[in-house]
Design a protein around this ligand. Structure first.
Ligand code: ZN
Length: 319
């Protein structure tokens, strides 16, 4: 249990879960659906999209923007009483432990995004386990508390990597959010569920929280965030989330800090399509996020799903 603390904006954050939940519910009102906000905490140069032009060995020479962007994002969340789950790369946490502590103290949940953004499909089972343990250890050492959540880089869980469920459960993870059930892929995803469900391994259950898509006249529109959020008109995304919420379903959204950083260095040598994916509508994106957090209420996976008595993540809301 932590003490309440003051942030730069003078708001109080209470990291005791029941106080957090009361605070969120009071702010949202009794009947408002509370959606999930999640951030994949990584640098602009670590994205899979630029993997072929910026190698991992070159990361240390790239200009870090984390310290520049994150305080702005945290202040925005503070102002709109948003709490989020931050899926954090071990590589980032090693370099900015104070930032990780600040995120946690402000009531957000810290989870793992692996160590160095290696796709699960490019790793052996042993390598995956090593990365899981390494990233979990780094975060737990910094925070002095257990980490329970995982998100695979670029949603790279596939049917052929079904062993990830057992590996996550064996290493102490209780929930995952690595499924983006959108469109038909040659390489099918691990799970087709569009809504929270349990995945089983060795008789245990892993709570799975897929990213939100919306069925719009037979078309599956990914409304969850990232490049889709930047591409789609805000009013359209707003309507889709409203429709989900009207059906008592929550939206699960994701963003990256670099998506709110138009000042980041440009990768001129990347292919056109990669540049389009990374830079499209970057300038307008912070304003869009401001609209989103003004129009909807958001909390972390822990705030919404953690069952204190059973010590597990449920798939129905607890808030
Ligand atoms: Zn990522």
């Amino acid at each position: 249990m932590h003490e309440s603390i003051n942030t730069t904006r003078g708001k109080f954050f209470l990291t005791n879960l029941s106080q957090l939940r009361n605070d969120i519910r009071q702010y949202a009102g009794p009947d408002t659906v509370i959606n999930v906000m999640s951030i994949d905490l990584e640098e602009w140069f670590q994205v899979t999209n630029f993997e072929n032009v910026i190698s991992r060995s070159g990361w240390n020479q790239c200009l870090s923007r984390t310290q520049e962007v994150m305080p702005r994002l945290l202040d925005l969340f503070s102002e709109h009483r948003v709490r989020a789950t931050f899926f954090t790369l071990g590589w980032i946490a090693e370099r900015y432990p104070e930032l990780i502590r600040r995120i946690s103290k402000e009531g957000h949940e810290i989870a793992s995004h692996g160590y160095d953004h290696r796709l699960v499909t490019t790793m052996t089972r042993d390598e995956f386990r090593q990365q899981l343990i390494q990233s979990k250890d780094i975060l737990e050492q910094i925070l002095g508390e257990a980490i329970y959540g995982y998100r695979a880089p670029t949603y790279s869980f596939r049917k052929e990597t079904h062993w990830v469920i057992e590996e996550l459960l064996d290493t102490g993870f209780l929930f995952d959010s690595s499924i983006f059930p959108h469109g038909k892929r040659d390489n099918p995803e691990l799970c087709d569920s569009k809504f929270p469900c349990y995945l089983s391994g060795k008789g245990k259950q892993l709570a799975e929280y897929p990213l939100s898509i919306f069925n719009f006249y037979g078309m599956e529109i990914p409304i969850a965030g990232g490049g889709y959020f930047r591409l789609l008109p805000y009013m359209f995304v707003k309507q889709m989330i409203e429709r989900l919420n009207q059906k008592d379903k929550l939206a699960i959204m994701y963003f990256h800090p670099w998506e709110f950083d138009p000042e980041q260095p440009k990768v001129a040598s990347a292919p056109m399509l990669s540049k389009f994916r990374h830079y499209v509508n970057l300038k307008q994106n912070e304003d869009k996020l401001k609209c989103l957090v003004r129009d909807f209420r958001f909390a972390s996976f822990k705030d919404i799903f953690w069952d204190e008595n059973k010590r597990k993540y449920n798939i129905s809301t607890q808030i």
